[in-house]
Structures are given as structure tokens and as C-alpha cells.
Design a protein around this ligand. Structure first.
Ligand code: AMP
Length: 221
């Protein structure tokens, strides 16, 4: 059975890191809409330039455009055995569209809960690879070059400015927190304390998945 997972959580809650670990452990792709948009921005495409302007201000792209991007990505063969979505859905409309795309296939939804003060602190210190967009592991703090591709570690444009950091948390509270209510009543929803060490979060996440996969397959019938 395909394992389809959504990682929810505010900016810098660790969704990207945990999505990557889970995807690697399960041999399924991690699909990050933020990475897709940053790659588009780096390519200089029309979408990329528009996306960059919005991302740098901490604003969201429109639902219709994001839904089309994800629909196209989920239709690729590598997503047939499942995927871990990171950064999508971000609005109730995107969540409804994802349900329609799934057509009844099971979905595991994980929320990473982290207090705002910790998120602001993490965003300020976060470094990503300027070449492959990999996030520096906490243990690699201070590293100048990416351990994966050797590219330079930089501060993301939307992490560099305090007003933008705060604004992203406001946008999250307004647009994305309602998603928790959308999913909370489902037997395949779990909220995990994301303020723990990454290893501990990964362990809780793996344990939750083990419990929920049979639940998800029953919920489908
Ligand atoms: P992330 O890497 O997930 O923090 O996303 C970085 C930025 O990309 C966000 O602040 C938004 O500007 C944009 N973005 C990513 N995913 C979405 C989405 N599902 N809907 C709208 N905008 C998005």
C-alpha cells in the first residue's frame, strides 16, 4: 500500500528535515513545495521570479497555482508508491484539493508543534545550501559548505529579516493553523512535540507511522 504523508507545522518546525528522513527511510520521494519554488526561482523562470518576490516577503503563492504544481508532481511515476509532502497543503483550499487528488487513498497527517519563540530563534540561525537547498543539520552549525554537494551554506532570503520571520508566523497562524482543525478529527492525524531533538522527533514520527498505517488502510475500506 502506498504511504502518503503530509507534514504540517510552522516555518522552522523541522518539517523539511523530518520529511527528508522519513522519505529516505521509506524509499519514497519527499515533495517540498518550498524547494520546488526555490528551484524555479534559481532557474529564473516566470513562475520562479514571481515566487521569489512573494517568498522573500513571507507571503504565500496562490492556491490554484500551487494545487496545479502539486497535482503534476504527484502524477509522476516515483510518487506511485507514496510520498512525504512538505509545505503543502498550507491552506484549507489546498487541503480540500489534496483530498480530491487522493480519491480516497489513505493519508497520514503529522503536525510538528513548536512554540513561536523557538521558531524565531531557529529561523535566525538556519542555514541552507545555496546550491542544492539542503538544510544544515543542527550538528553542522557553523559549517561553511554543504555536506551533500559542497555548495556554500547561506541564510535563506526569507530567514534573514526579522519582520519577514515574524510575518511568516502570522501568515502561518492565519492561513495554515486552520488546517489542524481540518485534519484533527481523523484517526490518521498525530501531533508531535517538534521542540525535541531531531532524533527524538524522528523516533516518535516513525512510531506514529507504524501505528497509523494499518489505521489508514482500514479507514480506506
Ligand atoms: P517553505 O520552504 O515550506 O518554508 O516555503 C517557503 C515559501 O514558499 C513560503 O513562505 C511561501 O512563500 C512559498 N510556499 C511554499 N509552499 C507553499 C504552498 N503550499 N502554498 C503557498 N505558498 C507556498
Amino acid at each position: 500500500m502506498a504511504l502518503n504523508v503530509v507534514m504540517l507545522g510552522p516555518p522552522a518546525s523541522g518539517k523539511g528535515t523530518q520529511a527528508a528522513r522519513l522519505a529516505l527511510a521509506r524509499g519514497i520521494p519527499k515533495i517540498s513545495t518550498g524547494d520546488i519554488l526555490r528551484e524555479a526561482a534559481a532557474s529564473g523562470s516566470e513562475l520562479g521570479l514571481r515566487a521569489k518576490a512573494l517568498m522573500d516577503r513571507g507571503e504565500l503563492l496562490g492556491d490554484e497555482e500551487m494545487i496545479a504544481i502539486v497535482k503534476e508532481r504527484l502524477a509522476r511515476p516515483d510518487a506511485a508508491a507514496g510520498y512525504v509532502l512538505d509545505g503543502f497543503p498550507r491552506t484549507a483550499e489546498q487541503a480540500r484539493a489534496l483530498d480530491a487528488m487522493l480519491g480516497g487513498s489513505p493519508l497520514v497527517v503529522i503536525d510538528l508543534a513548536v512554540p513561536d519563540t523557538e521558531l524565531l530563534h531557529r529561523m535566525e540561525g538556519r542555514r541552507v545550501c545555496g546550491a542544492c537547498a539542503a538544510i544544515a543539520e543542527p550538528g553542522a552549525a557553523g559549517k561553511e559548505f554543504c555536506e551533500r554537494c559542497g555548495g556554500p551554506m547561506i541564510t535563506r532570503a526569507d530567514d534573514g529579516d526579522e519582520n519577514v520571520r515574524r510575518h511568516r508566523l502570522e501568515v502561518y497562524a492565519r492561513e495554515s493553523r486552520p488546517l489542524l482543525d481540518y485534519y484533527r478529527g481523523r484517526p490518521t492525524f498525530r501531533s508531535i512535540n517538534g521542540a525535541q531533538t531531531p532524533d527524538r522527533v524522528a523516533r516518535e514520527l516513525a512510531a506514529s507511522i507504524e501505528v497509523m498505517v494499518p489505521v489508514a488502510s482500514r479507514a480506506r475500506k
